[in-house]
Design a protein around this ligand. Structure first.
Ligand code: BT5
Length: 334
């Protein structure tokens, strides 16, 4: 009923609806209406109330809301179940627990604030602000463990497409998991897997997108390397159409589902091609840090299973499956 109250308010933002009308339309008591309005206000919605005229929803701060994400969401697997948590240590941790308990393929966990957001290799991911999208998707594809890297590539392609569709901004991808706006990181992806030798039990695909942060929202030490969609657009004087995080999440889930379906069907060429199109890595000089070794070379290609092909200065062509790379000219490597 609370969702229906919200829907009615959204349909009538130009005028007041009385408690009586709402109770008639939704077939609940006026006290129930009042309770739902109170609860929506606690969620952060700004609702004007007048004892004579009733209720009216004012333009709201950007609130993550499962009901709103699901409005118009056409996916069948990804986001069929969405769990919203106001605060959590890490959505990846939470997703791993429910995945081990047998949650459905495509279950999404999303939060407004993480207290211990994680990056790769034990690094931290700053996600204290209610300005980003911090979410994890549980996936249970029937693919061999060595193909899991493709999921990360697909996720970065999905993020790029969703940002483009919602804001019109062109975004770059740094192999394998960074989404870059104007040379700074706007999104990171943390793919974790539970598998046996030959079989994937489940994958937790963690996606963190900086959406509405101002530069001041980032801690000092991140300001040279991080940006958000808003901070980038404001800095460049680009006007982007108003959107809510719910809109970006919805479009992202659709993109993810399309690419996920391709991976399950073994149809991965398109993903790799799209990844290459947005790559800021290929054709650039890179440094690779892999298991205590450091190589330099030119990034020339990415393989169908997501490995980066590098022509190294020692004359050897290496296929890098994981590890760190620095790209000359991006994120501080000069
Ligand atoms: C990543 O790691 O980029 C993966 C980030 C994944 C975050 C999502 S949020 C939902 C889900 N739940 C989680 O707990 N995690 C996932 P990595 O490539 O290791 O990059 C980490 C580095 O990025 C840090 O060491 C910082 O330098 C930088 N960093 C930290 N917070 C950032 C932010 N908000 N924006 C941009 N850069 C950041």
């Amino acid at each position: 009923v609370k969702d229906k109250v919200l829907q009615k308010l959204k349909e009538n933002t130009s005028s007041f609806i009385s408690g009586e009308e709402l109770s008639g339309m939704l077939d609940v008591s006026r006290t129930a209406v009042w309770k739902h309005i109170k609860s929506l206000k606690e969620d952060g919605y700004i609702i004007e109330s007048s004892s004579r005229k009733g209720y009216r929803l004012l333009p709201s701060p950007d609130i993550i809301n499962v009901f709103e994400i699901k409005q118009g969401l056409k996916t069948v697997v990804i986001g069929k179940k969405i769990i919203y948590l106001d605060t959590v240590d890490s959505t990846n941790n939470y997703a791993k627990i429910i995945a081990a308990q047998g949650c459905a393929d495509g279950t999404v966990v999303i939060t407004d604030t993480q207290t211990s957001g994680r990056g790769r290799l034990g690094r931290t991911w700053n996600s204290a602000d209610r300005a980003g999208i911090w979410m994890s998707v549980v996936l249970k594809p029937d693919i061999p463990p060595e193909d899991v890297q493709l999921i990360t590539l697909a996720a970065s392609v999905a993020v790029v497409s969703a940002i483009k569709e919602v804001t019109g901004l062109e975004v770059g991808i740094k192999w394998p998991n960074d989404v870059i706006l104007g040379g700074k990181k706007a999104c990171g992806i943390l793919t974790e897997m539970n598998s046996e030798m030959e079989r994937v039990n489940f994958i937790v695909l963690g996606i963190g997108i900086n959406v509405k942060h101002t530069m001041e929202d980032f801690p000092e030490e991140l300001r040279n390397v991080a940006t958000s969609i808003k901070a980038f657009a404001d800095g460049k004087g680009i006007e982007i159409k108003w959107f809510e995080r719910n809109d970006l999440i919805r479009v992202l889930l659709c993109e993810l589902e399309r690419l996920y379906t391709d991976i399950i069907n073994g149809d991965v060429k398109g993903i790799v091609e799209r990844w290459k199109k947005h790559s800021v890595t290929l054709g650039r000089e890179v440094k690779i840090f892999s298991r205590n070794c450091e190589y330099r070379g030119m990034a020339v290609d990415v393989t169908q299973d997501g490995k980066l092909v590098v022509d190294c200065t020692d004359g050897i062509t290496r296929k890098v499956a994981s590890g760190e790379i620095s790209i000359r000219g991006i994120l501080g490597y000069t």
